[in-house]
Design a protein around this ligand. Structure first.
Ligand SMILES: [Zn+2]
Length: 252
């Protein structure tokens, strides 16, 4: 019931306020509209009473605008209820995504500490010849939702662990790569030998002391060993001459 105002002018601020709040309310989430602390108790009741003309119009517009609910011709449609059903339907759909197979609903009863299977008749649990299973009339075990939530959290943890492991692998690969780059760099120093040779040759010829000259001679000999390491074409120690060839029996 609308408040009664002595004059039309007196009712105007109220009407204006109501209209503005309605417009604003259309952009607010349902929870906020349902408990608008800016409004008087009277107006809140009016707004949230889907049977009042005002409430019905408001929720119709709100539901059509915000939830894509169909606009019905009938005046008797309770749009707030329709909207609530739609939200409930969505929640059901969200939960249904997680199919909890029946075998996953074996739990441990917190009352007796035994395995329980409360949601479905099972002869093994019923007969329970060896007193293995929970026989409490009311079990106390993980709920289905609890189980789904634990699954989700476990899966998340598995991914976090996997990521950490891969990051460590990546670090190890980086280290190995650095070592290889270092080795490669060091390997390249072998090519300096060729450029060093004339200096050693010079030392061998003109060294002031005999000891120096001998050292240079030995070093040059050492260097020659590496010459072969650069050669692509070299004698094959495992060469076998074709049979009937001139090198019969010899082969060296
Ligand atoms: Zn039990």
């Amino acid at each position: 019931m609308e408040p009664v105002f002595p004059t039309f002018a007196a009712s105007r601020p109220y009407t204006a306020f109501k209209q503005e709040m309605t417009r604003i309310g259309l952009f607010l989430p349902k929870e906020t509209v349902e408990d608008l602390s800016a409004l008087s108790r009277y107006f809140n009741d009016l707004l949230n009473n889907p049977k009042s003309d005002f409430g019905r119009m408001f929720w119709k517009t709100w539901a059509v605008k915000n939830d894509g609910i169909k606009r019905y011709k009938s005046n008797r449609i309770n749009y707030k209820f329709k909207q609530m059903m739609k939200v409930f339907g969505e929640i059901k759909k969200n939960v249904k995504v997680h199919k909890l197979p029946m075998w996953r609903t074996h739990f441990t009863c917190q009352n007796c500490g035994k395995r329980c299977y409360p949601d479905k008749f099972d002869r093994w649990y019923f007969d329970d010849q060896y007193n293995y299973f929970c026989n409490c009339e009311i079990v106390d075990c993980e709920s289905k939702i609890g189980c789904i939530e634990r699954d989700l959290s476990n899966n998340k943890q598995a991914i976090i662990d996997k990521k950490r492991e891969l990051r460590l692998q990546l670090l190890r690969l980086d280290e190995r790569m650095e070592l290889l780059v270092e080795k490669e760099k060091k390997m390249k120093t072998i090519r300096h030998i060729e450029k060093m040779k004339p200096a050693f040759e010079n030392m061998k010829q003109n060294g002031h002391y005999k000891a120096t000259r001998d050292q240079a001679t030995r070093a040059l000999k050492d260097m020659e060993k590496y010459d072969a390491w650069f050669q692509r074409e070299r004698r094959n120690a495992n060469y076998k001459a074709p049979l009937g060839g001139a090198a019969l029996g010899g082969g060296r």
